[in-house]
Design a protein around this ligand. Structure first.
Ligand code: NAD
Ligand code: WQD
Length: 336
């Protein structure tokens, strides 16, 4: 059974990925500092998969503690590196915190891997590295031109990995996620933000009566209905892309970069309408000003992932919003 080390292992995307990896008979070892998660998600992963997971409460900033994990866990086959701070607005206000956590944390991880001869890694990158692209959908060769500190950290972490892969013969998969949404079909695990920075968690909380109304950030964009268009991807489809990437690295050497999206965009108003259908009542919203730094549209061409990973998004808008609503309505306080 191959052993996979998962950083940020208690987080939103990791929880869903852990289920897929356990299903595919991998062994998972999780590392997290709980800066944006809690232990309950891991308990529920164990419950859903009827498997045990091994966990270390370690901060990637603590290089000694991290090194000890590699000493204790012999034979780590590959790493999936989710751990990062991820709120764009917060990164503009606190750039040093983002550069420090995301870059230093990653350097510590890559150094520990090097120390212990682990040379395979799947990295969580983001469509944010494309900034405001000239044309959509973007391909993996669309220029990288991030526009905020969070995005810069992702572009830098990609580059550090690519340089290391070339120097030390590492095999790496860089997955550029578009907009992950939704939850496991059981409703037991899902996204549990302390404050919802993204559209769908905000809409869910309005649907549940936790918040009064959604503010639509502008309806004068150059899009069909004037509201922002994004490529939403079901988190379970995204999770499966990680299992496929681990399989790919077992047989294919070098650097691989993939867009992980559906190739299809939806507007803010289309998302709200779909959520209304899922929850069975109207969702209050008003149109407000544009959000600083926002863009009209970004969607990703996923053909390379389909051709090389044998991965394709299978779940459409309906299961995205229905699973998000099932998670929200059955866990009104998240994991608490
Ligand atoms: P998340 O916050 O739920 O998960 C990240 C996890 O990393 C959290 O559990 C957090 O506690 C942990 N962590 C952060 N810094 C750490 C450190 N120094 N040491 C140990 N653990 C640490 O976020 P998520 O949505 O699951 O995102 C996972 C990854 O995917 C991140 O790298 C994020 O940048 C990337 N990503 C997310 C999205 C999105 O919209 N959710 C989109 C594109 C890319
Ligand atoms: C989606 C659409 C908003 C909230 C961000 C990061 C990106 C990635 C995913 C990590 C836009 C509109 C939103 C609201 C609204 N994360 N909106 N009212 O901005 O595409 O991407 O998350 O890597 O890096 O930038 O996602 O969900 O914030 O916004 O009208 O209350 O919803 O303007 O058009 P975004 P989002």
């Amino acid at each position: 059974m191959k052993k996979i080390l998962i950083t940020g292992g208690a987080g939103y995307i990791a929880s869903h990925t852990n289920i897929e990896l356990l299903k595919a008979d991998f062994e998972v070892v999780l590392v997290d500092n709980f800066s944006n998660s809690c232990a309950e998600s891991m308990k529920r992963v164990e419950e859903l998969s009827s498997r045990k997971v091994k966990f270390y409460e370690v901060d990637l900033m603590d290089s000694e503690a991290l090194d000890k994990v590699f000493i204790e866990e012999k034979n780590i086959d590959s790493v999936i590196h989710f751990a990062a701070l991820k709120a764009v607005g917060d990164s503009v206000k606190n750039p040093l915190a983002y550069y420090s956590n995301n870059i230093t944390g990653s350097l510590n991880l890559y150094q520990a891997m090097k120390n212990h001869g682990v040379k395979k890694i799947v990295f969580s990158s983001s469509a944010t590295v494309y900034g405001d692209p000239e044309t959509n959908p973007v391909t993996e060769s669309t220029p990288v031109q991030a526009t905020n500190p969070y995005g810069h950290t992702k572009a830098m972490m990609e580059q550090i990995l690519i340089d290391t892969a070339h120097a030390d013969d590492w095999d790496i998969a860089i997955l550029r996620y578009f907009n992950p949404v939704g939850a496991h079909e059981s409703g037991r695990i899902g996204e549990d933000p302390s404050y919802p920075n993204n559209l769908l968690p905000f809409v869910s909380q309005v649907a549940a009566g936790v918040r009064e109304k959604v503010v639509v950030f502008g309806d004068d964009w150059d899009t069909p209905d004037g509201t922002g268009v994004r490529d939403y991807i079901h988190v379970v489809d995204l999770a499966k892309a990680h299992a496929k990437s681990i399989e790919k690295l077992a047989v294919s050497k070098g650097v691989h970069i993939y867009n992980i999206g559906t190739g299809r965009g939806y507007s803010v108003l289309e998302m709200i309408k779909a959520f209304e259908d899922a929850c069975g009542h109207t969702i209050a919203y008003e149109v407000g000003p544009r959000r600083n730094g926002d863009i009209a549209e970004v969607t990703g061409n996923p053909m390379k992932a389909e051709a090389e990973l044998g991965w394709k998004a299978e779940l459409g808008l309906k299961p995205m919003v229905e699973s998000a609503w099932k998670w929200q309505s059955s866990n009104p306080k998240g994991y608490k």
